[in-house]
Design a protein around this ligand. Structure first.
Ligand code: AMP
Length: 539
């Protein structure tokens, strides 16, 4: 018979994170770029005190455990306080992506039954448009001081600073089951309505602890971390929880995510770690290269959300000495589920070979397990060749969608819709989204691999590949290229470049040059838009 362990059964709660930081790293700074005015700075102790004030204020508004509180906001200090106050009180923090279409925003706010909405003044026009369609939102709270409040015709709102001012800095955080819902984030919903992933306290706390591990982001009091990944997208990969656990300074970039603004913040605030999607790093790298700059404190950056091209990894590592931590995850996996890493053997490889290892999505992080399966659900061998749908399970993977009637799980595993291989060492490589993979003459071409190869050309700033209907081959690849500013390159040169790097039948049938690629809410290229416009060009 099993023996009960004789350990205390203390719940893993989000309130415990900010109280830990206040007690242990009370003087460690949080720096925040605001929508208005100069950089704001305070300490974890002050952040905790203001989070408690907000918790009292929300209670004063009549909100109670289980209520959903929405946010449409940048990465800034008031949004951070809401992360702790809302979840810490037993309410659900519903972060909304402001870049969703207004109809989708209205859908998710109503679906989540948000009773209050916290928003940055930047989004005043958006709020004006959606408020009449969100009848359950009784409190519109602008994350602002009185001096910078916008006027929104027809919406009665309160100013955040006025709301919390009269309240006490003392609040008794409730204790409850760690499996309770803490935060809600909807998928971007390219097909059908967005679906809600409701993260539990337990999932977030365990994931955030793992984010501090040396092989993940390695967060400690010696670090200053700048999460570029938005707090409205998968809780900024749990960094706002991980930094106070590890005691790292937290530098929040607010609304300015261009290369110049990020560089200024990284240098000015002595940032050592950052995290974001590849398109952000492209912008930063272009700015740094154009101006002949160096990073004086940056040591490593987490990257994910879409594949990081090997050419960009090479630039960070070889030219700037910044290590790249390439991870894979999705809304349904709370944050990072797999992470690339170099084994001692890999370190004996040439730099180019090492970058190719980092360009893969890596090994499952403790707490998650992965496998790839064929179309009948049979597990495929871990040989680095057999490719099939990636399945994932673990302590911070969704078991179902919010108010969803049908479980998405298959035999207890979550089917990701990604096509991947896993090698004998457990290293996973995403080959494509199932819907993006190109099927030509019965064989598969990975659009990710083609894009990565095209991005290796020195005149290419961004590349995207889609499968386009073809009368003979079913589908053929079509390449879209955005040239780097001031560079010239033509179709033939790009195709010749690719011919040297990929199988002949992979070489795209045509190249279309665009000024910019359509990029969606989370900074990812919207291939659906490209398919809609160009899907018939070879027919
Ligand atoms: P989202 O839920 O919007 O974050 O999208 C998750 C999807 O992004 C995954 O299912 C993958 O298709 C893609 N993705 C995330 N990280 C990576 C990565 N490192 N490489 C390639 N694709 C990725």
């Amino acid at each position: 018979m099993l023996q009960a362990g004789l350990m205390m059964d203390r719940p893993l709660l989000i309130s415990g994170i900010i109280e830990h930081a206040a007690a242990q790293f009370g003087d460690v700074e949080v720096v925040s770029r605001e929508t208005h005015g100069p950089l704001f700075r305070y300490t974890y102790e002050q952040c905790a005190a203001r989070s408690r004030k907000l918790a009292n204020a929300l209670k004063g508004l009549g909100l109670e455990a289980g209520s959903a509180v929405g946010s449409i906001a940048w990465n800034n200090h008031r949004h951070l306080e809401a992360y702790f106050a809302v979840s810490g009180s037993g309410m659900v923090m519903h972060t909304c992506n402001p870049r969703l279409a207004p109809q989708q925003l209205i859908y998710i706010i109503n679906h989540a039954e948000d009773a209050a909405m916290l928003f940055d003044s930047t989004f005043a026009p958006l709020i004006k448009g959606i408020a009449p369609y969100c009848p359950k939102v009784k409190n519109w709270i602008c994350l602002s001081d009185a001096a910078n409040m916008p006027a929104i015709e027809g919406v009665s709102m309160v100013c955040y600073e006025d709301l919390i001012a009269p309240h006490s800095e003392l609040f008794d955080w409730p204790e409850f089951d760690e499996r309770s819902g803490a935060a809600l984030c909807y998928t971007s919903g390219t097909t059908g309505n967005p679906k809600g992933a409701l993260y539990s306290h337990r999932a977030i706390v365990i994931n955030a602890i793992s984010g501090c591990l040396p092989g993940i982001l390695s967060l400690s009091p010696s670090d200053a971390i700048l999460p570029v990944v938005p707090m409205f997208h998968i809780n900024a990969w749990c960094i706002p929880y991980a930094a106070p656990i590890g005691g790292a300074r937290l530098v929040l970039p607010g609304p300015r995510l261009d290369g110049a603004s990020l560089y200024e913040l990284m240098e000015g605030e002595r940032v050592t770690v950052s995290a974001g999607v590849p398109t952000i790093w492209l912008g930063l790298m272009q700015y740094v290269e154009e101006h002949g700059l160096r990073f004086s404190t940056m040591k490593r950056t987490g990257v994910g959300g879409s594949a990081m091209p090997a050419a960009l990894i090479a630039k960070f590592v070889d030219n700037y000495g910044v290590e790249v931590r390439h991870g894979w995850g999705m809304t349904e996996t709370t944050a990072v589920a797999t992470m690339s890493c170099l084994s001692p053997k890999n370190r004996e490889l040439s730099p180019v070979e090492q970058h190719a290892v980092i360009a893969r999505q890596g090994k499952s992080v403790f707490g998650t397990e992965i496998k790839v399966v064929d179309e009948y659900g049979a597990t495929l061998p871990r040989d680095g060749v057999a490719q099939g749908e990636l399945m994932v399970r673990g302590q911070w993977i969704v078991s179902g969608y919010y108010k969803g009637e049908v479980s998405p799980l298959v035999d207890g595993w979550f089917p990701t819709g990604d096509i991947a291989t896993i090698d004998a060492h457990g290293v996973m490589q995403i080959r494509d989204r199932a819907k993006d993979v190109i099927k030509t003459g019965g064989e598969w071409i990975s659009s990710i691999d083609l894009e990565s190869a095209a991005m290796g050309h020195p005149a290419v700033a961004m590349a995207a590949v889609i499968g386009v209907k073809h009368p003979k081959w079913d589908e053929r690849p079509l390449l879209f290229v955005v040239r780097k500013p001031g560079k010239t390159v033509e179709r033939e040169e790009i195709l010749a470049f690719l011919t040297e790097r990929v199988a002949k039948w992979w070489v795209p049938d045509d190249v279309i040059f665009l000024e910019a690629l359509p990029v969606g809410g989370a900074g990812k290229v919207q291939k659906g838009d490209l398919r809609k416009q160009y899907g018939g060009v070879f027919s």
